[in-house]
Design a protein. Structure first.
Length: 615
């Protein structure tokens, strides 16, 4: 019997032999081959391939298909490379392969993966053979593969795991990303040993810093370096957005912010706090001798084989300097708008907004609500090959290859408004402003929108309707807002129910009114009871809830007549678009999150708001 972890084989000859046996009535084809071969089709010299499927789906034109067949008759053609030259996307090719072999195509993210399923195979084997076990459903192991023709490899997996399997087709990039996410060998630190070594050190060691430090290569250095490396890599593995290193009287508390909530990770001896702070200061190129004033810096490191940017903020406190490190992992923001949690209707309307030739599109919400992620995802949808896309940010958090990014620097006079004036002389098509903070920036944004540019920006308001009055308050005339504003998207992030401990539950009586409002049956409610996977919180991961105000002619008239908050909210309520609270209730109905999360993340008004306070 072939070894499971053996070398990948060329099966085309074996597949054709199986077809010949079928014609002779000696065997039956494996399910993955039934769509590819049949006795009738094998009489001909042509074997149905993905080009035929692409032609049937009209992704490949008749002329392109004929040209391809002519090339194939003249000699060997690498079909994948040929289709790539024609501009056929990788996902379209994979969808066609899936249909050809009778499978379903699916995008798989780390949040879709059940660790118990993933552990059925070794990560090295998954990387080598691109066969990913990602879920167990009703006793059936779900497997993703980027090579649906590998029916014999799938049979090997089935024999190895000793259970039935169901196959979907996914991209090789998804498989590798999941392997990187779950590869704990890259974060192999013995914390107890490090802490023991740290107890013997009483002075800060002098450490050289580099422009981009590989944490894995420096793992064998001093205990202080190893402990800082552990904190950073463990935070990345846990999915933390921030690390808080807080000095107390007798110890140092270390907390991670995960899914918007702080969790205590561990404690370190108080005498080691100066060493930890100095190590981070050296890495961020800060002054280690200055402990009386706040300092800010940044670090570029390599963690888990990928580049990660860190923002370091140091603040003097009563027991020492508190350090907050923000992890900026570009992979975490490029999920795509389709995975943001937008309902189809809102997503379609938002995509229309970012494809308009000019005007202003605002994304609003409090700090940490995912505004930057939404804007970056929107920019990724734009054809940067034919358009000049520029951004003005403070700070530039993620490096985007498809844009020209300008860093605001108040000390040198490079303010938002100054940068915008310069950008308007750079022949831009689309401008993204990190935040509209003052009247001058807002006026330049309006002028840019009225002169044929599409402007994307963020604004700090509680909901979409109140953004109009906010612009009025900072000095923009209502008629200019009405003429330039295209739409406003308000958003929040709510925690997802942990899929490992998700279970039905009965809502308390004081929450029933919200369920009735959304026509949610009590039997449709779920929550997480708490487990090791979610730190007993019942939640793992986050999803967005949204409200979109599309500024049409009716809204333009209202803005010109009365741009007050109450007027705009009344108009929005009659527009038929869901509010943040309504969209949140829809997520509750789908079992994505809980009613408690929606009430925590949104502000509900009127009678419902009063009831929330009382409850």
């Amino acid at each position: 019997m072939r070894r499971l972890f053996g070398k990948k084989q060329d099966r085309r000859g074996e597949d054709l032999a199986a077809v010949m046996d079928l014609q002779a009535g000696q065997t039956e084809l494996a399910p993955g081959l039934r769509n590819l071969y049949s006795p009738a089709s094998t009489v001909k010299t042509h074997v149905r391939d993905i080009a035929d499927v692409l032609g049937e789906e009209q992704i490949l034109s008749a002329e392109q298909l004929e040209s391809l067949r002519n090339e194939q008759q003249r000699g060997h053609v690498d079909l994948d490379k040929y289709l790539h030259k024609l501009g056929i996307s990788k996902d379209d090719v994979l969808r066609s392969k899936a249909r050809l072999y009778g499978f379903e195509f699916q995008k798989i993210s780390p949040t879709d993966v059940d660790k118990a399923a993933l552990d059925k195979l070794e990560l090295n084997y998954i990387r080598t053979n691109f066969v990913l076990p990602f879920a167990i459903r009703d006793g059936v192991l779900m497997i993703g593969t980027s090579d649906p023709s590998n029916v014999f490899g799938i049979d090997d997996v089935k024999r190895h795991v000793g259970m039935p399997v169901d196959v979907v087709v996914c991209s090789p990039e998804d498989i590798l990303a999941i392997c990187d996410k779950f590869d704990e060998s890259k974060f192999n630190y013995n914390v107890d040993e490090i802490m023991g070594d740290m107890g013997e050190i009483e002075v800060v060691q002098d450490i050289d810093e580099g422009s981009s430090e590989d944490l894995e290569k420096s793992a064998g250095e001093s205990p202080v370096i190893k402990f800082v490396n552990y904190l950073l890599t463990n935070a990345l593995r846990e999915g933390a957005s921030d690390i808080h290193i807080e000095p107390k009287e007798k110890y140092t508390k270390i907390r991670y912010r995960i899914d918007g909530v702080l969790f205590e990770s561990q404690q370190a001896p108080a005498k080691m706090h100066p060493a930890l702070v100095s190590r981070l200061k050296i890495m961020a190129n800060l002054d280690i001798s200055e402990r009386r004033i706040p300092q800010d810096g940044k670090i570029a490191v390599i963690m888990g084989g990928r580049n990660v940017d860190l923002r370091v903020s140091v603040l003097p406190c009563s027991h020492g300097e508190k350090v907050v490190v923000r992890l900026l992992d570009s992979k975490s923001i490029m999920l795509g708008l389709d995975k943001s949690g937008m309902e189809p209707r809102v997503l379609d309307a938002f995509l229309e907004q970012i494809n308009l030739p000019h005007g202003i599109l605002l994304v609003t919400g409090p700090t940490g609500s995912g505004k930057s992620t939404t804007l970056y995802s929107a920019l990724a949808q734009i054809d940067s090959q034919t358009m000049n896309v520029s951004t003005v940010e403070d700070p530039v958090e993620y490096n985007l290859e498809y844009t020209n990014q300008v860093q605001v620097n108040e000390k040198t006079g490079m303010t938002f408004s100054a940068a915008l004036r310069s950008l308007l002389r750079q022949d831009p098509d689309i401008i993204m402003i990190g935040e509209i903070r003052d009247g001058e920036t807002a006026r330049i944004a309006v002028q840019a929108a009225l002169t044929g540019h599409l402007v994307l920006s963020t604004l700090h308001t509680n909901d979409a309707p109140s953004s109009v009055s906010r612009l009025v308050n900072i000095g923009i005339e209502p008629y200019l807002i009405a003429a330039s504003l295209n739409g406003i998207l308000a958003q929040r992030l709510v925690r997802r129910i942990c899929k490992h401990c998700k279970e039905p539950y009965t809502a308390p009586e004081n929450l029933r009114k919200y369920l009735d409002r959304a026509h949610i049956e009590p039997s449709q409610l779920f929550h997480g009871k708490g487990c090791d996977q979610c730190r007993n919180s019942g939640y793992a991961g986050r999803a967005g809830i949204f409200e979109l105000l599309v500024v049409d002619e009716k809204f333009r008239e209202i803005i010109n007549q009365d741009a007050s908050v109450n007027s705009m909210r009344r108009a929005f309520q009659t527009s038929g678009w869901p509010t943040l609270f309504d969209d949140g209730l829809e997520k509750v109905k789908k079992g994505v999150t809980t009613i408690d999360e929606i009430l925590r993340a949104t502000e509900v008004s009127g009678e419902i708001g009063d009831d929330v306070v009382k409850s």
